[in-house]
Design a protein around this ligand. Sequence first.
Ligand SMILES: Nc1ncnc2c1ncn2[C@@H]1O[C@H](COP(=O)(O)OP(=O)(O)OP(=O)(O)O)[C@@H](O)[C@H]1O
Ligand SMILES: Nc1nc2c(c(=O)[nH]1)N=C(CO)CN2
Length: 292
Amino acid sequence: MHDKIYLEGLLFPGRHGVSPEEQTYSQNFRLDVELYLDLRPAGEKDELHLTVNYQEAYRVVEEVVSRRSFLLLEALAEAVAERLLSFFPLLRRVRVRVEKPGAPLPGYFERVGVEINRSRKVKPAKALVGLGSNLGDKRRNLKAALAALSKTPGVRLERVAPLYRSAPWGRTDQPDFFNTVALISTFLSPFSLLASLLKIEKELGRRRESEERWGPRPIDLDLLLYEDLAVETEELVLPHPRLTERAFVVAPLADLVPELELPNGKRAIDWAEKLGREQEIERVEGYGWERD
Ligand SMILES: Nc1ncnc2c1ncn2[C@@H]1O[C@H](COP(=O)(O)OP(=O)(O)OP(=O)(O)O)[C@@H](O)[C@H]1O
Ligand SMILES: Nc1nc2c(c(=O)[nH]1)N=C(CO)CN2
């Protein structure tokens, strides 16, 4: 299968090179990227979730080239390939070419660079989504969000944690929350997944414009973890930055994946126990509550 999406002649400034000057002053890098995946489903159905959004791919490449620094073009190409495979579960192979138009060579040259191919077995990414509600019929809001999540194209709802009631965290002058965590598997990128979560929030009546930070809301969906991906962009931060501070996240998460290593290096089940002693949280219903 040779279908591919290609992005050619991408130009980004970066600090990559063996000499101290190249590490200090940025110069342009030129990249060609080929993303190998089966394009037939998207071709037949004309739906974006069945393929890789090349705008997202562009941003992933740009982030690696402009935010990191390597001695070798080999290392830069490796990092770009690795990052693309991490962000897009649909990819089975990537080809990355990196050229340095201003390479320090002693005479005239047309182009110099490296090209690598990296492949793997395609499988969906596992992700954990945190859900909360403290306005209206909270239990129903969470159930509706889970139903919407399970109907989201490219998302499979694997398991739902028990239902918790928790005292409000951050701002205490508001009603108690109901919280849970869902384990999903998905072929969506973390960007597309977050966009789907925001869409569900909106459909369930969330109006961010009229809300205060950490204030009351009918529904809140947070992307807690996406495989072991670390991302820090304006709209998406992974792992979720406040995950380990919150009993209402860690307790249900520890029910689903007790042995998971949290971003602070602790085992989920141990950390849940500690936070459970410090914050007010109570399990109100066991597994399967969302199905009745
Ligand atoms: N991992 C993430 N999960 C959800 N939203 C995220 C994430 N990383 C960044 N964001 C961004 O955060 C913005 C604000 O999210 P939200 O209103 O849910 O914050 P909050 O629930 O008030 O606070 P907190 O982020 O502490 O839970 C969203 O628009 C989203 O773009
Ligand atoms: N107990 C609890 N407290 C919160 C919650 C939440 O889901 N549960 N969500 C918040 C903002 O998203 C702020 N505070």
